[in-house]
Design a protein around this ligand. Structure first.
Ligand SMILES: *Cc1c(COP(=O)(O)O)cnc(C)c1O
Length: 439
């Protein structure tokens, strides 16, 4: 029997993560909502303080490690929405459970969360090593803005043995990656990254330690929990499969209680808080249905991948659930759901046949056909919704990368990225079959 992931938390008891993500904790030192069946959307930018001493205590206690429930003896004092507020706190509690971390801090968007995670680890004069294939805005954060703050970034291929090791300098403070990577779903071996970083850290003092930051947006915590492989911080765009319905934006960083203090303090001063009105749908609709949605989506993704794999106009299908996937063994080890089952996720990428120019033309034509004629497939960027979304990375999400670099990085001009939704797989396949027949 595969081992089940269980959250080890106060009050969590022996319940599975699935149940914890539905019920949360109706009562703890922060709030008492035992009489609500659905957690309330609290909406108050400021909080009544009963006296000067309570106000002073609230400020003095903010972002201290008393957030650690093991050290927490009394209820924290809510002061002002930008510091802390209960609807968002409840979402953070759920996200920490889902990622099997100690604590989560949410942000207005995924990019605000990524900037914060890097922002508490790397300072002026220091250096980041990033996997060469990362989200477009993360890439421009590192290439457009970091140099202005005198932070250097080296982009290397983490799948090449020795590449990460060679890129680490004495001033390196963070190693940053996504797995599966966007758009071609290439995986990075998290245990191997941990081994290399541990070896580099062995000779370092605590404050010079290199931290591992993993963007887990593509996989979702249902399919993969990087903290359990030794990552220090996990970042998410909640906008994607954690919200799941495409209605709200958000971001989160999950890690230790120690990092939570720094993240809360960063969020207070840089200001990118998630509003309670944005947190509520993610808490009430997104997180409780994550397992259900992703489990269903990955069954459909497998069917769609198998259909595409045997289609005469398709050159290659990249989906971690296919035995033909180059890193299938790694996928089986690393992408495992809360119950210990193989969980290859809902994202797939396929390349249409033909020379570079032909394939590009065909992929664009296919996208146009789908955009106009497919009922169950929508042309749109973003991912992780109940609707199946499709896009052409070479001309859309990754168009900022020059063509010769695209090819080097495995972004094929004939490549199409799909985010599988909850529609009937037969309908998705029928829409694809019809569109492929016309290209
Ligand atoms: C969308 C996305 C982001 C950015 O998230 P936003 O919520 O749009 O700011 C970061 N990383 C990955 C992998 C994403 O897909």
């Amino acid at each position: 029997m595969p081992k089940k992931a269980r959250a080890v938390r106060k009050n969590a008891g022996d319940y599975s993560i699935h149940s914890l993500l539905i019920h949360g904790r109706a009562r703890d030192e922060h709030w008492d909502y035992r009489h609500h069946v659905v957690p309330p959307l609290s909406s108050s930018s400021t909080y009544r303080l009963e006296g000067a001493s309570r106000g002073a205590r609230g400020f003095a206690e903010f972002a201290k490690e008393e957030h650690d429930p093991r050290k927490r003896r009394k209820a924290p004092i809510y002061i002002y929405d930008r510091l802390a507020e209960p609807t968002r706190d409840m979402l953070e509690e759920s996200l920490a459970i889902a990622e099997q971390g100690e604590a989560a801090v949410t942000f207005a968007t995924g990019m605000a969360a990524i900037a914060a995670a890097l922002g508490i680890c790397v300072f002026s004069g220091q250096h980041v090593v990033a996997h060469r294939v990362i989200y477009g805005s993360t890439y421009s954060l590192m290439t457009q803005w970091f140099p202005k703050y005198k932070i250097g970034t080296s982009f290397v291929d983490f799948t090449h043995a020795g590449a990460l090791e060679r890129a680490i300098h004495s001033n390196t403070r963070a190693v940053y990656l996504e797995t599966p990577a966007n758009p071609n779903l290439q995986l990075v071996d998290l245990a191997e990254v941990k081994r290399v970083v541990d070896a580099a850290n062995a000779k370092r003092k605590e404050r010079q330690r290199i931290r591992i930051i993993v963007d887990n947006t593509f996989a979702t915590p249902f399919c993969q929990r990087p903290l359990t492989f030794g990552a220090d911080l996990v970042v998410h765009s909640l906008t994607k499969n954690i919200c799941g319905f495409g209605t709200d934006m958000g971001g989160a960083v999950i890690g230790s209680y120690h990092d939570q203090s720094a993240l809360l303090s960063y969020r207070k001063d840089f200001g990118g808080v998630l509003s309670p009105k944005g947190a509520w749908p993610i808490l009430v609709h997104g997180v409780p249905t994550l397992s259900l949605r992703v489990r269903h989506q990955e069954r459909t993704a497998q069917e769609v991948a198998l259909f595409l794999e045997q289609h005469p106009k398709v050159e290659q299908v990249l989906y971690p659930g296919l035995p033909s996937f180059q890193q299938y063994e790694l996928a089986r080890r690393q992408m495992v759901d809360f119950d210990g089952n193989f969980a290859p996720g809902n994202m797939l990428y396929f390349i249409v046949k033909g020379s570079l120019a032909q394939a590009r033309h065909r992929a664009e034509k296919l996208i146009d056909r789908l955009a106009r004629g497919a009922y169950t497939i929508t042309l749109a960027v973003s991912l992780g919704q109940i609707r199946t979304l499709v896009e052409h990375p070479s001309s859309m999400t990754h168009s900022a990368v020059p063509l010769n670099r695209q090819i080097k990085e495995g972004i094929d001009p004939g490549g199409v990225r799909m985010s599988i939704g909850l529609e009937d797989p037969r309908d998705i396949i029928q829409d694809l079959r019809k569109a492929l027949a016309k290209v």
